[in-house]
Design a protein around this ligand. Structure first.
Ligand code: ZN
Ligand code: ZN
Length: 216
């Protein structure tokens, strides 16, 4: 064996040993969406501090199936202080909608905030009216609280059902759906602040609402 060959052999052997010592290269998973995936509406979900840890994933699944869209869960955040309304120890939903609008991540069309704190808005009669949630008609933001949904909830599952319905309702507004008067069970019916109405609704959109959604 020539000296040169032995030298060459050792170089190959040592490089194999060195390579063998390195950890396996990590497979970087890049989520390349298909063309149809690419066309889907992208919704960012912000969990505000204090919510049940199960909500983000549960809601992501429910929303993606219902609206055939893509939901990104963004890191948990604190509710902004400027939205706090001390006299009633709750948060102004309108201020939260503005805050969420400003927090809309790039390449997302809509943003949804979930909180366990009570939220309120101003309506024709009341200056500060507690609500389940609120959404801008036509987007981009909506917010939902489970604070009032907990009242008289039979169990956790019942509470989650209510939450999902209210979330889908508020997202319906951001997708351009107004309140529905065509069908009592339709998700877009105006609950008028009563939990009974939320319980009566079903997790479905009536034909009239579906048509409106398709024409958007
Ligand atoms: Zn509504
Ligand atoms: Zn409807």
């Amino acid at each position: 064996m020539s000296k040169l060959f032995v030298h060459f052999f050792f170089i190959i052997l040592s490089s194999l040993i060195i390579q063998g010592c390195y950890p396996e290269p990590k497979v970087i998973e890049i989520d390349f969406p298909t063309t149809s995936e690419n066309k889907k509406i992208k919704i960012a979900l912000i969990p505000f501090s204090g919510i049940d840890a199960i909500y983000p994933k549960l809601l992501k699944t429910e929303i993606e199936v219902f609206y055939n869209c893509k939901v990104t869960i963004v890191p948990e955040q604190k509710l902004p202080d400027f939205a706090y309304y001390k006299p009633r120890n709750r948060y102004k939903a309108d201020s939260l909608l503005k805050y969420l609008k400003q927090s809309l991540p790039l390449e997302h069309e809509l943003i949804l905030g979930i909180t366990n704190k009570d939220v309120s808005t101003k309506d024709e009669i009341h200056d500060d009216w507690g609500v389940f949630g609120l959404g801008f008609l036509g987007g981009p933001s909506c917010v939902v609280s489970d604070f009032r949904l907990k009242k008289s909830a039979k169990n956790k599952r019942h509470l989650q059902e209510r939450l999902v319905k209210v979330v889908l309702h508020e997202l319906g507004h951001t997708l351009g759906l107004p309140h529905c008067t065509a069908n009592k069970k339709c998700l877009m019916r105006d609950a008028e602040g009563t939990i009974k109405s939320v319980d009566e609704e079903e997790k479905y959109l009536c034909e009239s609402c579906k048509k409106k959604l398709q024409h958007k």
